[in-house]
Every structure is written in structure tokens, then in C-alpha cells.
Design a protein around this ligand. Structure first.
Ligand SMILES: Cc1cc2nc3c(=O)[nH]c(=O)nc-3n(C[C@H](O)[C@H](O)[C@H](O)COP(=O)(O)O)c2cc1C
Ligand code: SF4
Length: 518
């Protein structure tokens, strides 16, 4: 009997030796004369257990991890093909608390299926949403997405259905769907994981967006640092085209939609939608002034939907299960689920999909298990490099768009980066300004010049030079950047800086500089 073994091909698992583990399993099985079939799946999102090897025993997947190539012989000796006990065994994968407590809608298949098997995809309800969309009028698809309450997962949280309606109502010789897969935020990896672990869900979401708005061509714009995602997406697109999911007649509907992957050169600002469009057009990645909105005049001046990977990958389940099903999860105006990416100094880092509404404290202390160093948590940066730092005092903040905004923060692409009590928040504030100075596209003065002045002022505070005046100057500078910048790179850099200064004032009061004696 052939035993099925899953060894992830996700970049995080590969970085930790998954290819060597797969090869070692094949060698060991051959040496013992045992028949195994190795499936290279996506990640389950429990990064501290990667590479997480799963063995199918009596239709149940038993987890072992983190497995190194050197562990393989001992695992065979312990009888892991029958689910044998071993210090690396965690029992049934589905019962691991980190996974069991999640609500996986967008990531329902990630880590479970063979990412490049369309049969697997169909077996787990794949393409059901697209089939339903084909039977609907475009305006009804848009209404379904609007009614689901889905908001953009790229950062701004703009209602996806409203964006789609603007493109549906716009006229132009050609319309486009652009998927923003630049994923530049620190501590984020949800887009990469879905592209590597379940690429067909993104293809399906983009095809539905095309049917809904009248767009026949899609682009996935991603980063050169994602070679595995680029390979998986490109291959999945080829398969989808071959199988008639993409092309001149989507699933035999007579309606066309096709797409391709484009790779950026690694500028953070190219994740900003208008800079992204310039980059896609082969121009320098510089921000465009709005209006016109991309929905009216986007790629090559045509009406364009630009959505984040997770926004688009959440659409198939909305069409499949209905708007009300999706809307029933969440709180307030934040509906559905959100894949929280837990990173930094944590015991249990990874991807945790859950309905909106968990408190930040629950996420950091319970789900992430506190810090990896065992030291107290001092600060958590939520929402990437432009997100605010939250102190423990704000750990009761529920994870939703409005609650974070009310505390001068943002959830952005839902990445959280945890720091222990050794972090110096003045240093972090300086880093935010430095990051902005390096990544600024240079179009507007508050960002281009303000960020450089910000670094200089932070340095003067660190050196104890006129600290009170320089703290006031830093706050004033932040105000200018916040209200005077053209886009959110310059406009949101004040969030990490001001939150650091507000919540951790002690780090901004170093000892006054002692002038050297004449
Ligand atoms: C500096 C900057 C970087 C951004 N980077 C990304 C990114 O990497 N991925 C993303 O989806 N959105 C990013 N955004 C947000 C996009 O401009 C845009 O709001 C988003 O692609 C819209 O998709 P959504 O409505 O599905 O979120 C960035 C914005 C700014 C200002
Ligand atoms: S805020 Fe910065 S990145 Fe945005 S347009 Fe101005 S200079 Fe460019």
C-alpha cells in the first residue's frame, strides 16, 4: 500500500530545508522497500513547526515537525508511516490548537491540497463560485460582493464591491483587473502563502472580478523576491488556460478572461496602486495624483480594478456560499475573516485566519504564545512599516478597522510584529523615518525632505541635544507629513513615529549630552 506524505513546498518550509526532507523521505522509503507518494503542498501556516510533514493514516493527517533531513531515519524507525509516536509528533494536524481555533475561509484549502492539481481544487469546492458567477448578471455579482461587506485587505480597507461597481459603470475600450501582490509590508506573507499554496483561488477570484466588471484581462503584479510564488502562479495560470478556466470562453461561458504575472523590481512604493500601474506600464514607479481614480483611468488609461491578493482570493467563497454567509463573521463594519500574520519575537509565528474582533492581547499572548525570548512584550507594530506601535495598555483593542483607527493605528495588511522589552522605541521611530527616506518616490516635498529631516531630528534626540525642542519639532514634522503628503507612504510614516513617542516617552528622554570640556 502506498502511503501519502505531505511535505510543504512553501517558501518558508523550503528555507528551513523542506526539499532536503522530501529527498530524505524518498531515499529512506526506497531503502526500506516502502511505497510512498510525496505531495508538495502549501503551508498550514504554523511556521515554528516547518517543515511540517504530514502522513495520511486511516484518512487522517498526522503531523510531525519541525522535521530536519537528519530526523527522517528515526521517524521511519518510530513507524511514522503508521502514525507512530515520536518527539516530533503532534497528533492529528486538524487538532493542533493553533489550527483548530481558526476560521479558515480564504485559506480553507491552503496546506491541504496539491496547489497545482485542478482536480484537488474542484474536490474542495473550487470553481463553484465562478460557476455561480457565470449564471449571474454582472451587476448581481457586484451586489453580492458589496453585500458581503468585503473590504480591501491591502491596507486601506475600501469596500471591494463599490470599487467594482465604479469599474462596471465606467466605459472604455478595455478594462483590467490588477492584482496587487507586491506585499511589501514587514511581517506579512499571506499573499505569498496563498499564491504558493492555493493559486487557483486567486485565479478564480480574478476571473469573477472580470465577469463582474467587463474586464477581459488581468495582471498579477508581484515582487522578484517571491520566486516560488511566481513559479506556482505562472504554472497554475497555464493549467487553468489548458483546462478552459481562463481564455476566450471561461468554463464554456462564451465570456473571455485571461491573465499573466508581472514582476516588479523591489520598491516598496510600487505596492501603492498608482505607482504599481506606472511600473506595470514600464514606467518609473512614481505615485500618480488622484483623481482620476484607477477605476476610471487606470492601466493604460483604462478602467481598472486594483485589489489585493486576499481581497480577490476571498471572492470565490462569497459567490459560492453567498454574501450573508461571509457577512455573518466579524464585527462592526469589518465583516468576514482576516488572515493575521504573526511575526517578530514570538513563540508561535505564522498565519492565523479568524473573524474580525479578537483582541490584540489574545493574539499576542495566547495565540502567538508571547515572545520567543521569554521576555515581556513591550510593543507590537500592527499593519506594516506605516503602522502604529501598540503598548500592552492597548491590548484590549479588537482587531478591526475602526477600533484600530480609533487608537491612531491601522490594521493594514494584518501583519503584526512583536518586540520584547529590549527594543528601543526611539530607534524604531528613527527607523520609520529612514525607511520612508529610502523608499520615498520623491514626488512630494513633505515625504521626500521631511523623512530625511525626521532622521536628523531623531538623531539629535538620541544624542540628548535640546530634547524638548527636538521632540516638539518631530511632532510638528509628523503633522506636516501626515497632512501634506500625496500618498500614504509619507502620510502614514508619522503613525509609527508618533505612537512610539506617545506610548513610550521614556525612550525619547535620553540623558542630556555632556559637552566635552574645552
Ligand atoms: C506605500 C504603499 C505601499 C502599498 N503596498 C501595498 C501592497 O504591497 N499590497 C497591497 O495590496 N496594497 C498596498 N498598498 C495599498 C494600495 O495602494 C491599494 O490600496 C490596494 O492595492 C487596493 O486593494 P484592496 O482594496 O483590495 O486593498 C500600498 C499603499 C501604499 C501607500
Ligand atoms: S508621500 Fe512619498 S511616496 Fe507618496 S507621493 Fe509623496 S514622495 Fe511619493
Amino acid at each position: 500500500m502506498t502511503v501519502t506524505i505531505y511535505v510543504p513546498k512553501d517558501a518558508a518550509a523550503l528555507a528551513l530545508g523542506a526539499d532536503r526532507v522530501a529527498a530524505a523521505i524518498e531515499r529512506e522509503a526506497a531503502a526500506r522497500g516502502l511505497a510512498v507518494s510525496i505531495v508538495r503542498n502549501g503551508s498550514r501556516g504554523m511556521h515554528w513547526l516547518e517543515p511540517l510533514v504530514e502522513v495520511v493514516v486511516d484518512h487522517e493527517r498526522i503531523a510531525y515537525g519541525p522535521v530536519k533531513a537528519g530526523d527522517v531515519a528515526a521517524l521511519f524507525a518510530a513507524g511514522f508511516l503508521e502514525g507512530g509516536d515520536h518527539p516530533l509528533c503532534h497528533g492529528a494536524t486538524k487538532d493542533i490548537p493553533f489550527l483548530k481555533q481558526q476560521t479558515r475561509l480564504t485559506f480553507a484549502r491552503c496546506g491541504i491540497v496539491d496547489p497545482l492539481s485542478l482536480d484537488d481544487y474542484r474536490r474542495f469546492r473550487g470553481l463553484t463560485g465562478l460557476e455561480k458567477a457565470i449564471a449571474m448578471a454582472p451587476a448581481d455579482i457586484v451586489t453580492e460582493v458589496t453585500d458581503s461587506g468585503l473590504r480591501g485587505r491591502g491596507g486601506a480597507g475600501f469596500p471591494t464591491g463599490i470599487k467594482w461597481k465604479t469599474v462596471l459603470d465606467a466605459t472604455g475600450p478595455q478594462k483590467y483587473i490588477v492584482c496587487n501582490a507586491d506585499e511589501g509590508d514587514s511581517g506579512t506573507f499571506a499573499d505569498r502563502m496563498i499564491m504558493e499554496g492555493d493559486p487557483f483561488v486567486l485565479i478564480e477570484g480574478m476571473a469573477i472580478a472580470g465577469l463582474a466588471t467587463g474586464a477581459t484581462k488581468g495582471f498579477i503584479y508581484t515582487r522578484s523576491e517571491y520566486p516560488h510564488a511566481i513559479a506556482a502562479m505562472s504554472e497554475a495560470i497555464e493549467i487553468a488556460r489548458r483546462e478552459g478556466v481562463l481564455g476566450p470562453s471561461v468554463l464554456g461561458s462564451g465570456r473571455a478572461f485571461d491573465m499573466e504575472v508581472r514582476v516588479g523590481a523591489g520598491a516598496y512604493v510600487c505596492g501603492e496602486e498608482t505607482a504599481l500601474l506606472n511600473s506595470l506600464e514600464g514606467k518609473r514607479g512614481i505615485v500618480r495624483a488622484k483623481p482620476p481614480l484607477p477605476a476610471h483611468k487606470g492601466l493604460f488609461d483604462c478602467p481598472t480594478v486594483i485589489n489585493n491578493v486576499i481581497s480577490l482570493a476571498s471572492v470565490p467563497i462569497i459567490l459560492d456560499r453567498g454574501a450573508a454567509f461571509y457577512r455573518d463573521f466579524g464585527m462592526g463594519r469589518s465583516r468576514g475573516t482576516i488572515p493575521i500574520q504573526i511575526a517578530g519575537n514570538v513563540r508561535h509565528g505564522g498565519l492565523y485566519e479568524t473573524a474580525f474582533g479578537l483582541s490584540l492581547g489574545e493574539i499576542v499572548d495566547h495565540i502567538a504564545g508571547g515572545t520567543a525570548t521569554g521576555r515581556p512584550v513591550k510593543a507590537v507594530q500592527v499593519g506594516g512599516p506605516l503602522g502604529a506601535y501598540f503598548p500592552r495598555a492597548l491590548f484590549d483593542t479588537p482587531f478591526d478597522y475602526e477600533s484600530f483607527a480609533a487608537k491612531d493605528g491601522l490594521i493594514g495588511h494584518a501583519g503584526i510584529v512583536v518586540f520584547d522589552d529590549t527594543v528601543d522605541m526611539l530607534h524604531q521611530a528613527r527607523f520609520a523615518m529612514e525607511f520612508c527616506a529610502i523608499e520615498s518616490c520623491g514626488k512630494c516635498t513633505p515625504c521626500r525632505i521631511g523623512s530625511i529631516r525626521g532622521v536628523e531630528v531623531a538623531d539629535r534626540i538620541a544624542e540628548g541635544i535640546e530634547p524638548e525642542q527636538n521632540r516638539a519639532l518631530l511632532a510638528d514634522l509628523c503633522n506636516t507629513m501626515k497632512f501634506g503628503s500625496l500618498c500614504a507612504l509619507g502620510g502614514f510614516t508619522p503613525y509609527p513615529v508618533m505612537s512610539a513617542m506617545t506610548h513610550f516617552p521614556e525612550d525619547f528622554s535620553p540623558a542630556p549630552r555632556v559637552e566635552a570640556a574645552e
